[in-house]
Design a protein around this ligand. Structure first.
Ligand SMILES: NC(=O)C1=CN([C@@H]2O[C@H](COP(=O)(O)OP(=O)(O)OC[C@H]3O[C@@H](n4cnc5c(N)ncnc54)[C@H](OP(=O)(O)O)[C@@H]3O)[C@@H](O)[C@H]2O)C=CC1
Ligand SMILES: O=C(CO)COP(=O)(O)O
Length: 334
């Protein structure tokens, strides 16, 4: 019998990952908060708002009733915005199956608490961390649904859980590796969105590839610094969840964070860009929470600090360049 999986969230990545699961042999029930979207997925097998032109597998159904979505599933995949996860889980209290495996697709850090998404799942859902995993890596939804080959990481404190989730989502075009460094994988995924905003800003200001490569490399350095302070393995940041996702997100016009940054660099305000795009650019919210987390453990993150100043305090992107270039000189590796 094919494994049954619930995917909670009908946006770009929730829908794309549902197609991966279906192609890997799972029967998938998606949950979405708008019935027009769930009706469309169930009846017409499309999700025109998020993935226009993509026919969805017959193995994917959808409902706006979360109890119906999770009934009898072995895994619950969470693909809602990072900042709404806590409220979503609280609203589903008593409905979520205790014995299931929980999988986070989200790349953000919670504002106010500095928690990673798997921490929020364990805390609010009262789920044993050994039954929680995160899937992360260079996985732009629009390329995944084209079946362009890509690799990913499934990280869980339990190697067995990571292996089971990798088995559920492995296809000829989606190759999951397993990992136990959950802290490093989640920090890599969340922080690369903020670095992509900075790279996008540089592009929007008309700067070239030297500038972008410098931001990516120094962004990786500060991400690694924070990760190591919080107990991550430094090698995780040279893997798919670190440099892999950083390259994809910082260089691709398909990335919402990169595109958001380009528009900031071109002079648009945060409110103007949000009104225009109406999709999640997780780095905008996470810039502040990652900065607070870094400050709480006395880690210097100058790029994250400058991005937070632009998106939260209205600093001009051009001022960011001056601020970063006029910092006191130091050794590259300290
Ligand atoms: N897109 C990508 O390529 C990738 C994304 N990710 C990560 O996956 C996560 C989800 O992103 P993605 O699917 O792309 O985002 P989208 O913006 O495409 O979709 C967001 C989804 O969340 C729903 N939603 C919005 N607000 C709420 C809320 N308050 N409560 C419940 N549901 C809500 C939206 O519903 P509605 O339509 O009703 O607004 C929609 O279904 C993010 O953390 C992102 O960083 C990770 C890898 C790749
Ligand atoms: O995480 C992603 C690719 O791995 C998607 O990035 P964006 O959210 O910036 O589109």
């Amino acid at each position: 019998m094919s494994p049954r999986v619930a995917v909670l969230g009908t946006g770009s990545w929730g829908t794309a990952f549902s197609t991966v699961l279906a192609d890997a042999g799972c029967t998938v029930t998606m949950w979405g908060r708008r019935t027009e979207v769930t009706d469309e997925i169930r009846e017409r097998h499309t999700n025109a708002q998020y993935l226009p032109g993509l026919p969805l597998s017959a193995a994917i159904s959808a409902t706006s009733d979360v109890a119906e979505a999770v009934a009898g599933v072995e895994a619950v995949v969470l693909a809602v915005p990072s900042q709404s996860l806590r409220a979503n889980l609280a609203g589903w209290a008593g409905t979520l199956p205790r014995e299931a495996t929980y999988v986070s697709l989200m790349k953000g850090i919670e504002r106010g608490t500095g928690r990673r998404m798997t921490e929020v799942i364990s805390e609010v859902g009262a789920i044993d961390p050994a039954r929680v995993a995160v899937v992360t890596g260079p996985n732009l939804a629009k390329e995944i649904v084209r079946h362009d080959p890509a690799a990913s990481v499934v990280a869980s404190a339990s190697r067995e859980t990571a292996e089971r989730v990798a088995h559920l989502c492995a296809t000829p075009y989606f190759r999951p590796y397993t990992e136990t460094d959950v802290v490093g994988c989640e920090l890599g995924g969340a922080t690369k969105n903020v670095v992509a905003l900075a790279v996008g800003m540089a592009e929007g200001l008309g700067l070239g590839d030297n500038s972008k490569a410098s931001i990516i490399t120094r962004g990786l350095a500060e991400t690694t610094r924070l990760g190591v302070r919080l107990g991550a393995d430094p090698l995780t940041f040279s893997g798919l969840a670190g440099v892999g996702d950083l390259i994809a997100t910082c260089m691709s016009p398909l990335s919402r964070n990169h595109s958001f940054g380009v528009k900031l660099g071109q002079g648009l305000s945060v409110d103007e860009i949000v009104a225009e795009t109406r999709q999640v650019a997780e780095g905008v919210e996470s810039a502040e929470s990652i900065l607070a987390l870094a400050r709480s453990v006395a880690v210097d993150m100058p790029i994250v600090e400058q991005v937070a100043a632009v998106v939260h305090d209205g600093r001009e992107p051009q001022e960011v360049v001056t601020a970063l270039m006029s910092r006191a000189r130091k050794s590259e590796r300290r």
